[in-house]
Design a protein around this ligand. Structure first.
Ligand code: ADP
Ligand code: MG
Length: 281
């Protein structure tokens, strides 16, 4: 601080900044003001620098909170996603979706189909992460876990409130839709969730089975039809029909090690899902 500056009651200033909820300014004002004095910044520049810093910190804290609540599986990012493994999906398309603009406001949906191991969960989580970094709120959940929670809520006559609570998430990622059991009561909570979010809030669904087999998810054909109808009305569908990434990586590692790839031929989905249960890493 310059010698001519009037004395400041630093303790009182700290309290005021607390009251005003400006923790970043509280932390940095001694450094910033010293530098401003030394470099002769105009007052307005100092004020702007402090304010900019506070708002940037506020955004960072909000994103951190949103990341905490999202329960994304760790390590699944767009950077670590090999787009060349899924030639039917363009990086540019996914990058555009990650801004969230144009689809999250109108509650449009994303649906990823494909056999196990093809990267549906990874891509869904990576998009969720990017959306959070862009200021949106996301919740990632296994479909069966959420269905169970909603069922409990229904037993406690609080289903509507539980579904309304999910409204705060611009995107709800329901991973592995097809693994929900066929029990009528279970799937009707899922249907109610889908209906409640329709055209208001977005949902991303990953599923191993195509729509044609969703009758096994929703045992009542009318309910299946109504659910699919609402989901696809405003939706982008990615068909990720590729071989299991884990299996392919294992084969590549094996051939790099000099051994011939002994099972690099195409397998049926059933065979793939069996071998996908083994950890090749
Ligand atoms: P799915 O949900 O379709 O069954 P996952 O997303 O769980 O598949 O993918 C299985 C494993 O392979 C995960 O560890 C995932 O991170 C990895 N993986 C899948 N596809 C890719 C990809 N294109 N690039 C990088 N890793 C991938
Ligand atoms: Mg998955």
């Amino acid at each position: 601080m310059s010698r001519n500056a009037p004395a400041i009651d630093a303790q009182r200033l700290s309290l005021i900044l607390n009251d005003l909820r400006l923790p970043a300014i509280k932390l940095i004002w001694p450094d910033f003001t010293t530098r401003a004095d030394k470099e002769g910044w105009p007052g307005a520049r100092l004020l702007a620098a402090l304010a900019e810093h506070e708002i940037a910190e506020r955004d960072r804290r909000r994103i951190e909170r949103h990341l905490g609540e999202a329960r994304l599986p760790p390590g699944k990012t767009l950077d670590s996603f090999a787009f060349d493994a899924v030639p039917m999906i363009s990086r540019a398309r996914v990058t555009a979706l990650c801004s969230g603009d144009g689809w999250l406001e109108k509650g449009a949906n994303l649906i990823f189909f494909g056999p196990p191991g093809g990267g549906k969960t990874h891509l869904a989580a990576a998009i969720g992460l990017a959306l959070i970094e862009n200021g949106w709120r996301v919740l990632f959940t296994r479909t069966s876990d959420l269905v169970q929670k909603l069922q409990v809520a229904r037993r406690e006559l609080a289903l509507e409130a539980a579904i309304a609570k999910l409204d705060k998430y611009h995107l709800l990622i329901l991973d592995d839709l097809a693994y929900v059991t066929k029990d009528q009561a279970e799937t009707s909570v899922l249907f109610e969730l889908i209906s409640a979010r329709y055209e208001r809030r977005s949902t991303l669904i990953t599923a191993n089975q195509p729509f044609g087999e969703w009758n096994r998810v929703f045992p009542d054909p009318a309910m299946t039809l109504a659910a699919v109808d609402r989901l696809v009305h405003h939706a982008t569908i990615f068909e990720m029909n590729v071989e299991s990434y884990r299996r392919r990586s294992a084969i590549q590692r094996q051939s790099r090690a000099g051994r011939p790839p002994t099972f690099a031929t195409t397998k049926s989905n059933e065979e793939m899902s069996r071998s996908d249960n083994q950890t090749c890493e």
